[in-house]
Design a binder for this molecule. Structure first.
Ligand code: T3D
Length: 257
């Protein structure tokens, strides 16, 4: 479906693909892009036919963070709370895998958007820039949560204090993405992973919840959650199918239920 700032489409396999669509501004966030992206994510959550979400950018960039030319009158703190924080928590709480297909440069909150996703595939020519410091701001949209956890305190400080361009190859070496793919194979690689995800079981959503809690909670709390979610998973149709398929020595056919 086509909106002004965001396009989305659900294909027959169950891939819900969201494209940031302000290429002339390198897909920087204005209010419309925020609202349409959030609405698309909510739709993906609600629609049982959507089994995984892919977020990518139109044109040569993934997302250049906040649109610095359309800041409007809203106080910055309100902007961050109302839009960016909701976006990041929406992605992390969405109980379906969300794949960031980083087709080109990501800067500022555009990097945070990618890091909030569950899997990150980068085109070889893409790059991450912690651009906040370049304009006298601080990291937001979860950057100060994700970065030190992913790369350690000192490297996170280097990235945040200098705001240098991090190539896709360096991002991979640092653990900031899962895969780097030559530009001419990027779309095929994203499709390949998305199609694997849509064939996965209902438990993928619970796995996401577990790993997110695992980042924050004590061992005892995580053990309790694992037991609780394992009960739920074991009751799912997909678990019955998975076990049956194993016994029958065939590939399982999961339906997401
Ligand atoms: O409200 C708040 O401030 C709080 C929230 C903060 C969240 C944040 O994300 S803060 C960080 C904001 N983002 C940036 O500071 C990045 C700004 N952009 C850049 O540094 C560069 O554009 C890139 C390094 C991303 C790419 O450089 P390059 O040379 O490939 O492209 P370019 O020529 O700079 O950009 C192309 C066009 O996109 C250009 O417009 P023009 O001249 O063709 O009319 C440029 O102005 C526009 N553009 C790029 N980024 C933004 C943007 N326009 C508005 N806002 C942007 N963020």
């Amino acid at each position: 479906m086509s909106e002004t700032a965001v396009r989305w489409a659900l294909d027959g396999a169950g891939v819900f693909r969201i494209t940031l669509n302000r290429p002339e501004r390198l897909n920087a966030f204005n209010q419309a892009q925020h609202e349409e992206l959030l609405a698309a994510l909510n739709r993906a959550e609600r629609d049982p036919a959507a089994r995984c979400v892919v977020i990518t950018g139109e044109g040569r960039a993934f997302c250049a963070g906040q649109d610095l030319e359309s800041l409007g009158d809203m106080p910055v703190g309100d902007l961050v709370r109302r839009y960016y924080n909701r976006l990041i928590t929406r992605i992390r709480s969405l109980e379906k895998p969300v794949l960031a297909a980083v087709n080109g440069v990501a800067a500022g909150a555009g990097v945070s958007l990618a890091l909030a996703c569950d899997l990150i595939v980068m085109a070889e020519s893409a790059a991450f820039i912690q651009a906040f410091v370049r304009i006298g701001l601080v990291p937001d949209s979860g950057a100060s949560y994700f970065l030190p956890r992913l790369v350690g305190y000192h490297k996170a400080m280097e990235l945040a204090l200098f705001g240098d361009r991090v190539s896709a190859a360096e991002a991979l070496a640092l653990g900031l993405c899962n895969r780097v793919v030559p530009d001419d194979q990027f779309e095929a690689a994203v499709t390949e992973w998305a199609e694997r995800l849509v064939r996965g079981p209902r438990s993928m959503g619970w796995i996401k919840r577990q790993l997110n809690r695992g980042l924050e909670r004590s061992l005892e709390e995580v053990l309790a959650l694992e037991a609780h979610l394992q009960e739920a998973a074991a009751r799912s149709e997909d678990a019955r199918e998975g076990i049956q398929a194993f016994v029958e020595r065939r590939e399982p056919r999961f339906t997401g239920r």
